[in-house]
Ligand binder design. Structure first.
Ligand SMILES: [Mg+2]
Length: 300
C-alpha cells in the first residue's frame, strides 16, 4: 500500500498566518483571571469563603424577590446548583414555584451587584491589582475577551479592581451570562456559538482559558484551543488527562508567559527547545560547543 500523503503547510504561509491571523484570547473570569478567596481572614476575626457568601446572598435576595422563607430559598438555590450546575436554571426549572424570567433576571443581577460592591465581603474589598497579568496581556497583539457566568457589571467591577478594565481588556469585550442567556452556560455549545456570531472571530483563532474542565468540552468540539487552569488551593496538583484540553497550567499567568515565549502550539510532549535552553543544557561541554550550537541555529 502506498504511504498516505501528508500535507505540510509551506513555511511562508505559516509565517503569514502567524502574523495576520493571530490567536484571540477568550478568558473566563472567576478563578481564571480573579482567584476567589476560600479562606480569607476578615477584620472581625472570621474568614471569608466566597462560595458560602454568594450562596447566602443568593438565598437572601431570592427570598425577597419570590417572597419565600430564607431557608427555603437557600434549599432551592443549592438544589438548582446541584441539579443543573446553575442556581438560576434551578429557579426557572423548579416545579414548586412559578419563577418568571424577569424575577430570575432581577435575582441574578442583584446577587452579582451585591457580591461585587459589598464593602466588607464583596469583590471591591479583596480584589487587588494584578500587575503581572496587566503586563502579560499588554504584550499580546490582540485584545482579550471575557465570557463569564457572572453578570457583565460584576465582571467589569472585578476587572477594574484588578487594573485590567480599559487598560488591557476593553469594556465592550466583557460578556456576562445575562447577555447570552441563563440557560446557555459554557458546558453547552451555545455561548461559544453566540460569541462567534457576535464577533465574527473564527473558532480556530480562539484560545479559551478556564478553571472548569466541563466548560471546555464544547469549546474543543467547535475547534477552539483549550487551556485548563488550577484554582487557588489546587495549585501544584497534577491534572487529570482530558482529551479535550490542549494545555494545562497552574495559573493563567503561566499560560500567557508560555504563549508569549513559545507560541500557541507548544506542549510539554512536543517540546522544541529554545536556543537559550539548548545552550544552557550544553554548558558542561564548554564555550566551543555553545558557539557551535549558536552558529548552527543561526544558519538553520
Ligand atoms: Mg471560573
Amino acid at each position: 500500500m502506498p504511504e498516505p500523503k501528508t500535507f505540510r503547510m509551506p513555511k511562508i504561509n505559516y509565517y503569514v498566518r502567524k502574523h495576520f491571523r493571530t490567536k484571540i484570547l477568550v478568558l473566563d473570569l472567576d478563578d481564571t483571571i480573579m482567584p476567589w478567596p476560600r479562606n480569607m481572614p476578615l477584620k472581625n476575626g472570621k474568614h471569608l469563603n466566597l462560595n458560602a457568601y454568594v450562596s447566602n446572598v443568593f438565598a437572601k435576595i431570592a427570598s425577597e424577590v419570590l417572597g419565600l422563607d430564607r431557608d427555603e430559598a437557600y434549599e432551592l438555590c443549592s438544589s438548582g446548583y446541584f441539579n443543573y450546575g446553575s442556581a438560576i436554571i434551578g429557579l426557572l426549572e423548579t416545579p414548586d414555584y412559578d419563577v418568571t424570567e424577569e424575577q430570575a433576571h432581577e435575582i441574578f443581577m442583584r446577587v452579582h451587584q451585591q457580591t461585587a460592591t459589598n464593602p466588607s465581603k464583596g469583590v471591591v474589598a479583596w480584589a487587588k491589582p494584578n500587575f503581572k497579568l496587566y503586563y502579560l496581556l499588554s504584550q499580546f497583539k490582540t485584545v482579550p475577551y471575557i465570557i463569564t457566568h457572572g453578570s457583565t457589571p460584576y465582571a467589569k467591577i472585578a476587572l477594574q479592581c484588578m487594573g485590567l478594565l480599559n487598560t488591557v481588556v476593553p469594556e465592550e469585550n466583557v460578556f456576562g451570562l445575562e447577555l447570552y442567556g441563563y440557560y446557555n452556560t459554557k458546558n453547552k455549545p451555545n455561548p461559544y456559538i453566540w460569541f462567534q456570531q457576535k464577533t465574527g472571530i473564527p473558532f480556530n483563532r480562539m484560545v479559551m482559558s478556564e478553571d472548569s474542565h466541563k466548560n471546555l468540552f464544547f469549546a474543543k468540539a467547535l475547534g477552539i484551543k483549550t487551556v485548563l487552569l488550577h484554582r487557588e488551593g489546587e495549585q501544584g496538583e497534577p491534572f487529570p488527562n482530558y482529551d479535550y484540553v490542549d494545555h494545562t497550567h497552574q495559573k493563567l499567568e503561566d499560560y500567557l508567559q508560555m504563549f508569549l515565549d513559545k507560541g500557541v502550539n507548544y506542549t510539554e510532549e512536543k517540546l522544541e527547545r529554545s536556543l537559550e535552553e539548548l545552550v544552557s543544557e550544553n554548558a558542561p561541554y564548554g564555550a566551543y560547543y555553545q558557539n557551535y550550537i549558536i552558529d548552527n541555529a543561526i544558519s538553520a
